[in-house]
Design a protein around this ligand. Structure first.
Ligand SMILES: [Zn+2]
Length: 118
């Protein structure tokens, strides 16, 4: 395998936000809210954040929900509207990425501390 070449595989197109990260919303009606990323939808570049951006959905009566009614669940937020909360300085920060050997290491651009576990 050639070391250079810059081939980008769509599936591994990286996001700087990962499942399990704590993020802060920086835009919209949920601005300022923090939560844990439950899911990254890389296809539409959205993240689902625990207890943030609830939407109500009306459901028809069915076998599961004989009454029908309204269910609430988290809706995705576009990845550009969230920032990672740095575990070290506890602020919503920009994330940098650098390569260390074959590993992609994310780091806080504010305090320069590595975000991922080494
Ligand atoms: Zn930091």
């Amino acid at each position: 395998m050639a070391k250079s070449g810059g081939k980008i595989e769509p599936r591994t197109r990286h996001f700087r936000i990962k499942k399990g990260d704590t993020v802060e919303v920086i835009q919209g009606k949920e601005n300022g809210k923090r939560g844990k990323v439950m899911r990254v939808m890389s296809g539409d570049e959205r993240v689902v954040i625990e207890r943030v951006n609830f939407i109500k959905r009306h459901v028809r009566p069915s076998q599961k929900t004989p009454q029908g009614g309204v269910i609430e669940r988290e809706a995705g937020i576009h990845i550009s509207n969230v920032k990672l909360v740095c575990p070290s300085c506890n602020e919503a920060v920009r994330v940098g990425v650098r390569m260390e050997g074959d590993d992609r290491i994310r780091f806080c651009k504010k305090c320069n501390v590595q975000v991922d576990k080494g």
